[in-house]
Design a protein. Structure first.
Length: 319
């Protein structure tokens, strides 16, 4: 019978030694009693460096997990069932890893003598979960911004439509209106049409970008001519706000780019400059820097708030 017991203990020791999962045994006092090769590998410490020492004094358990580790150890030693926990460890090379820990009480003749820990390295799984959670958060934020965008877009379309409808109704009414009033109504209606046109163009551009249906057709053209023509297109809007709109370009500067997209980008920037500048002026200039052409638009408007700068290329963002 003694021989069978010894054989059973030997087989158990071999099983622990060759187990693929890290296994650790700790006595009631918290002293490390057994560390298999897999546990040595995951921590980077050899058995000789940890055996006979208190598990909390080794510096392997990260400070953020120390309290949880002590608490669950005390619960396991008291005989209470302990659910698996996740702790962070610091390997000998200072690398941080996340482990799932399953604890089981060890007993002799009905008396608990220590606990056995079976560990599983779940670092990569936690990283994947974190990436997924971040992605879900981003998608949730994007969905919220899209809902806000639809609400804002609907409002911006409805407002000019309501105004246009009102002005047209007044002009069609039997009440006499003066020539000046008629001119004013038509001017306000034209302004509303422009607002709706800009919004629809923005929506179409966003849709093309989303569907990756924007084709870039490169061609050689004079960028200064584009600057002159595009700037002139905004002279009337700038004049209506009593803004001074000028361009500072000299001669010809030939570039290789997509003409239509260049006009669209420049138009968008000028539209924003006119929209958000209440007094003063807007200057458009071009110059060559390191074999590249820089087209700059400066204005005396309110500018972009510092807190919004990081969001300027973020879709559906409204400050």
């Amino acid at each position: 019978m003694t021989r069978n017991l010894e054989e059973s203990e030997r087989r158990y020791a071999d099983l622990i030694e060759n187990a693929p999962d890290p296994i650790i045994a700790i006595d009631k006092g918290g002293i490390m009693k057994l560390v298999n090769p897999a546990a040595e590998s995951v921590s980077g410490y050899s058995a000789g460096e940890v055996l006979g020492k208190h598990f909390a004094s080794l510096g392997i358990i990260a400070p953020s997990s120390a309290q949880l580790a002590r608490k669950t150890f005390e619960e396991a030693i008291s005989g209470r069932p302990v659910a698996p926990i996740e702790i962070e460890i610091i390997r000998k090379n200072d690398e941080h890893r996340t482990l799932e820990v399953n604890q089981k009480a060890l007993s002799s003749e009905g008396v608990i003598t220590g606990i056995q820990l079976i560990l599983r390295d779940i670092t990569e799984r936690k990283k994947a979960e974190e990436v997924l959670q971040n992605q879900l958060r981003l998608e949730s934020k994007l969905e919220e911004k899209e809902r806000n965008f639809v609400s804002v877009a609907s409002h911006q379309l409805l407002t000019p439509l309501t105004l246009i409808s009102g002005y047209v109704s007044m002009m069609l009414s039997e009440e006499a209106i003066t020539k000046e009033e008629k001119k004013s109504y038509l001017g306000e209606s034209l302004s509303g049409v422009r607002r709706m046109t800009r919004l629809v163009k923005d929506l179409l551009s966003t849709s093309r970008i989303e569907n990756k249906s924007i084709g870039i057709v490169k061609d050689k053209f004079d960028i200064n001519e584009i600057v002159r023509v595009t700037t002139k297109n905004f002279e009337l809007q700038a004049k209506e706000k009593r803004l001074k709109l000028t361009y500072q370009v000299k001669g010809q500067i030939e570039v290789l780019a997509d003409r239509d997209l260049t006009i669209e980008i420049l138009s968008n920037l000028l539209a924003n400059a006119v929209k958000y500048t209440e007094k003063g002026g807007i200057v458009v200039s071009s110059n060559v820097k390191n074999d590249q052409v820089a087209v700059e638009i400066s204005d005396t408007g309110v500018g972009i708030d510092q807190k919004d700068l990081s969001h300027i290329f973020e879709k559906f963002y409204f400050s």
